[in-house]
Design a protein around this ligand. Structure first.
Ligand code: PGA
Length: 237
């Protein structure tokens, strides 16, 4: 069954997140959606939501500690308060805007792996790497797996080309299919695609071989669009 995930990034308030989650949860019950649906709200909007088992609330980020002196960060003590057991790691905005290094990403990965978290691990190349060819692109992507145990049972991977994130530029069917095939040859984990996915192109993307679902930013922030995309995902399973 295909997976659908919404990454809120720095959007929605605590109030609107709650409304969004309740709305989606009702939809999942009414439409008998059995696919895994993930929502990653901002840290300030995390809470103990009572939702269907297949509606999974995760954190977009957390530090690799239980607690301590790490100004601005949250740790597992804060996540445990809400029963959060799912985390996004390696998102391109954390790698390229916030400057998280592969070393730190691997530390975080191993910390959350040891705790049994479901990890959605993101990789993807910037435009200049894509333009230098497939070998360079794959080399770049493999480096993003440095220090990461690819046999971990609770691992889901998301391929998100940096040039397609939040830009409205979707990777071509051929691009997605080539990279997904190469990744799947090495790693037999569920593999999501992310980057300017929207209701109008979701079905086509889900039809590509080796695409096990999608990780969606911008177009998922509107609850009606997200529900439409959940329905499309259900019908593709
Ligand atoms: P986008 O973001 O859908 O806005 O391109 C995807 C992501 O960053 O997960």
């Amino acid at each position: 069954m295909k997976i659908i995930a919404s990454n809120f990034k720095t959007n929605h308030t605590r109030k609107s997140t709650k409304e969004f989650i309740e709305n989606v949860n009702t939809f999942i019950s009414e439409e008998k959606i059995e696919n895994d649906v993930y929502i990653f709200p901002t840290a300030t909007a995390l809470d103990s939501f009572s939702v269907n088992e297949n509606l999974i609330i995760g954190t977009q980020n957390a530090f690799h500690v239980k607690n301590g002196s790490y100004t601005g960060e949250i740790g597992t003590e804060q996540l445990d308060e809400f029963g959060i057991k799912t985390i996004l790691i390696g998102h391109s905005e954390r790698r390229h805007i916030i400057g998280e290094s592969q070393k730190n990403i691997a530390l975080k990965y191993n910390y959350y792996k040891a705790l049994g978290y479901k990890i959605i691990y993101c990789v993807g190349e910037p435009l200049e790497v894509k333009e230098s060819g497939l070998t360079e692109t794959l080399g770049y992507i493999w480096e993003q797996f440095d220090g990461v145990d690819l046999d971990y049972e609770n691992l889901v991977i998301a391929y998100e080309p940096v040039w397609a994130i939040g830009t409205g530029v979707v990777a071509s069917i051929e691009d997605i299919s080539t990279i997904h095939r190469k990744i799947k040859k090495k790693i037999t984990k569920p593999l999501l695609y992310g980057g300017s996915v929207k209701p109008a192109n979701l079905e086509e993307i889900l039809n590509i071989e080796n695409v096990d679902g999608t990780l969606i930013g911008t177009s998922s922030w509107n609850v009606e669009d997200f529900k439409e995309m959940i329905q499309i995902t259900k019908n593709k399973s």
